[in-house]
Design a binder for this molecule. Structure first.
Ligand code: HEM
Length: 496
């Protein structure tokens, strides 16, 4: 009898050890959510807003907010949230808005394995407060190392060769083609090989969870599938990282070479980069192709060996990102609720970036149209390691202001821009007021240069293609993409 009890105990211990993450969610997060909804004063309104978002999509919900206004909303696990649909000059001021608690608990559940006490295996740049990044945004430097200027030409070649081989004649379901391109590139750029069938299938689980978590049932089937799959996904990718070792031709190999991020940190950055590479690039290319066929976007200027040509192309790329604005919102938490006259607690803040990129005060009367010439004078707003004179912009609240050791014109291999963005030397950021498709300040997107290269190569290849986009079998399929509804049944026919 005693032996049986010991065996049962050992089995339970094993189950307990293996399923720590799931047990934590089941025993802590779900009860936390129940308490949250029990305490919620206006349950009806909560349900109503989730239902509204279900109908309209997240973008539709934002569109329904009056311009230049802030709207209170219900964010599970938070006291509540505020959608900010107005220009906020302090948008990335770390003293007001925090990256800690910026990502909802739900997304953390499906990206980050926890132990039974809820401790994460590792944290990611994406949700790390400025103060926790090390002196002068050190963590960002670690992250940016493989994205430094010297490594970018290699990624350009990888992207160019891959796109040339993949965008070929034939009929393709547009969304399938875009997912294939962005997921293959995600793996090629991180690990130097294309996504396997399994990688592809499981990244789609992740993307499905991101598509479905913010409306209807909170722990819905997509979210649960991703939570249950996380362990397998994690194990396989830890193996990839271990097997890969130090390499100079891909992002993970370079993180390993640099030696400042451990393999758990690399895993977390990778899974979050599904958002950056696959989801954002999918939003970008889907919209770009449709706007091209509707003549709402012109084709990219030719590449010639001249400064003028380079400038024309640069203007074009800035305008693509401004006009499309693939990541339409950013999330933060409120650093000190008392500054807003609020009680203590966790508050979620969402800034609407797309709204900012459409403001006439920054982009003129034709802000709703595609017009690269609006960036004619982009040099006036460029920060380089030479132009940065150490003064902080961002309303005097820049993250790099004095206290964090300003670079005084740049201390390579990285410098701080005028608005406090950490940038690899030799690369420039456009800090025109309102140009926020990649955010700004200390948390500006480190994937910006890679994304501009991708955009340029994609636009170059598509420029000479004869293609049309139409509904397959004339049937429309409303497809919920990350923030908006899109057409799921478009077929692209490429003729040459
Ligand atoms: C169309 C392409 C992309 C767009 C529009 C985009 C947009 C953004 C935006 C708006 C932010 C700021 C978020 C904030 O302030 O909270 C951001 C941050 C970030 N992005 Fe991207 N992104 C893109 C591609 C990428 C790629 C390719 C990667 C990785 C290779 C990446 C990795 C990140 C990371 C790690 C952060 C967090 C930075 C920090 O907090 O310091 N993104 N991105």
């Amino acid at each position: 009898m005693k032996q049986i009890l010991i065996i049962i105990f050992l089995i339970l211990l094993y189950i307990f050890f293996i399923y720590q993450h799931e047990i934590f969610i089941l025993t802590t997060n779900i009860p936390k959510l129940l308490i949250w909804s029990y305490q919620l004063k206006d349950k009806k309104a909560f349900k109503k807003s989730r239902n509204l978002i279900e109908k309209t999509g997240m973008q539709g919900y934002f569109n329904s907010i009056q311009d230049n206004h802030i709207k209170k909303y219900f964010a599970p696990f938070y006291k509540h949230g505020y959608n900010i649909k107005k220009w906020d000059p302090n948008i990335t001021d770390y003293k007001l808005y925090d990256k800690k608690n910026s990502i909802s608990e739900l997304i953390n559940n499906f990206t980050t394995l926890t132990n039974i006490f809820g401790q994460w295996k590792a944290d990611s740049l994406f949700r790390t407060s400025y103060e926790k990044r090390g002196e002068d945004n050190k963590l960002k430097e670690y992250y940016l190392y493989p994205l430094s200027k010297e490594y970018l030409p290699n990624y350009r070649n990888v992207i160019k060769n891959y796109l040339e081989d993949t965008i070929t004649t034939g009929n393709h379901i547009l969304l399938d083609l875009i997912h294939k391109i962005t997921l293959d590139l995600l793996y090629l750029l991180h690990f130097g090989v294309k996504a396997s069938e399994k990688d592809y299938e499981e990244c789609i689980y992740f993307i499905d969870a991101v598509r479905h978590y913010y409306y209807g049932d909170i722990y819905n089937e997509h979210v649960i599938r991703q939570i249950l799959n996380l362990k397998h996904f994690h194990r396989r990718h830890i193996d990839y990282i271990e097997e890969l070792g130090i390499r100079e031709n891909c992002i993970v190999g370079l993180w390993l070479k640099q030696g400042n991020l451990n393999k758990e940190q690399i895993f977390i950055e990778f899974i979050h980069n599904i958002l950056g590479v696959s989801i954002n690039w999918s939003n970008l290319t889907y919209t770009y192709l449709l706007k091209l066929t509707n003549n709402k976007v012109s084709r990219i200027p030719d590449k010639e060996e001249s400064n003028d040509s380079n400038m024309e192309r640069q203007k074009y790329i800035y305008e693509c990102f401004r006009f499309i604005c693939p990541a339409t919102i950013i999330g933060s938490s409120l650093k000190d609720p008392s500054m807003w006259g609020l009680k203590k607690g966790k508050y979620q803040i969402v800034h609407d970036l797309k709204y900012i990129t459409r403001l006439k005060e920054f982009f003129g009367e034709d802000a709703g149209k595609f017009n690269p010439q609006r960036f004619d004078k982009y040099h006036d707003n460029i920060s380089t390691e030479n132009t940065n004179n150490g003064e902080s912009g961002n309303n005097g609240e820049s993250a790099n202001k004095g206290e964090s050791g300003n670079n005084e014109g740049g201390k390579c291999p990285f410098y701080n821009s005028k608005k406090g963005a950490k940038v690899p030397c030799g690369l420039n950021v456009n800090e025109k007021k309102g140009y926020v498709p990649f955010g700004e300040g200390y948390r500006r997107c480190p994937g910006e240069f890679l994304s501009m290269i991708f955009m340029e190569e994609f636009a170059d290849i598509i420029k000479y293609k004869d293609f049309t986009i139409s509904l397959k079998d004339n049937k429309s399929v409303r497809y919920r993409y990350i923030w908006d509804f899109i057409e799921g049944n478009y077929e692209i026919t490429i003729r040459n």
